[in-house]
Design a protein. Structure first.
Ligand code: SAM
Length: 304
């Protein structure tokens, strides 16, 4: 990356910190505060001391907001890009937040409650695992299961392979799992772990979602499952969290869950391939897509 490009990306990242919803919310709060003070003070000459700086701050906030939105619309391609996007700190902030709410343990317990025991699974693949921290933690808990993590983006600081945790360190596109698993000689996949990953990215497009799930279907073993996040997004908590968000701490999720993004895109083709079950536990809710046997799959399509 040359210096010019570096500066450009840095500018996008900095600008994004002041942008979007949180900025609009800050402006609203500021106006509400001034209106409240105005109500208390009334319009006297003395109160000009307050109103003039307030008007000045207001103009700065609105100008920054408009400038930022225009700039980002023109320049920013993928804010979630793990290395260069403006949300590049997303993974670690989310990981810390999930640690606080004991996300991995609660999801594991939910799976067990519904009769799914990771201890009985031979291979778990996380195709968009980013740094692979969750997967490595799980691999320590289940030493007889092999956990593979990989990602489309080449990450410089992902977890390293160790014991039954293997990070496939090449750019691997989840749309071509069957091709790359052959290359790595992975013969069996029992669980696809796709938390705010590829499915989340592809949900906007029903054809991509169907193509991706068809690829997952083709590589999963019989009785194989896909696990995705499925919490209900709370916009009020999101705005509050955006307002008090710091660079080091996350108070709530900044985006809706994978399941809520794909819920309306689950067409007949997908429902012929998978049974979908929701396992609810607040922010740790998940959806499990269980592979249907081929025979009933055929049967279902004949009936249509
Ligand atoms: C928001 S991160 C989520 C990471 C992780 N699953 C987690 O639980 O935090 C989404 C990841 O999906 C990856 N991704 C997007 N499209 C992909 C694709 N077609 N194949 C593999 N990874 C992809 C991105 O590079 C990014 O690292």
């Amino acid at each position: 990356m040359d210096e010019q490009e570096g500066k450009h990306l840095w500018r996008i990242v900095r600008l994004h910190e002041f942008s979007h919803f949180s900025n609009a919310a800050k402006i609203l709060c500021f106006v509400a505060l001034i209106l409240l003070i105005t109500h208390e003070l009334g319009y006297t000459r003395k109160s000009l001391v307050l109103y003039l700086p307030a008007a000045f701050i207001f103009i700065i906030l609105v100008t920054t907001y408009v400038k930022t939105e225009t700039y980002l619309k023109k320049n920013e391609k993928d804010p979630y890009h793990p290395e260069i996007g403006s949300k590049r700190t997303w993974y670690d902030l989310n990981y810390e937040f999930n640690k606080k709410i004991k996300w991995t343990e609660r999801v594991d317990a939910l799976l067990k409650l519904s009769g799914i025991h990771l201890i009985e699974k031979e291979v778990v693949l996380s195709p968009s695992g980013n740094k692979g921290k969750y997967e490595k933690n799980l691999s320590k808990k289940y030493p007889n299961t092999t956990f593979y993590a990989t990602d489309f983006s080449l990450l410089s600081n992902h977890e390293t392979s160790e014991g039954n945790f293997i990070y496939l360190n090449q750019s691997n596109d989840a749309f071509h799992i069957s091709a790359y698993t052959k290359q790595y000689d992975i013969k069996k996949i029992d669980v696809i772990w796709d938390i705010k990953g590829v499915i989340w990215y592809q949900a906007q497009n029903i054809d991509d979602l169907t193509a991706l799930l068809t690829e997952y279907y083709s590589v999963l073993s019989d009785n194989g499952i896909i696990v995705i996040d499925a919490y209900k997004f709370n916009i009020f908590k999101n705005v509050l969290s955006e307002l008090i968000n710091s660079k080091k701490t996350r108070y709530y999720y900044h985006e809706e869950s994978t399941y809520s993004r794909i819920r309306d895109n689950l067409n007949d083709e997908i429902l012929q391939m998978f049974d979908i079950r929701l396992l609810e536990d607040g922010l740790c809710s998940i959806a499990v897509l269980s592979k249907k046997p081929k025979a009933s799959n055929l049967h279902a399509s004949e009936a249509i």
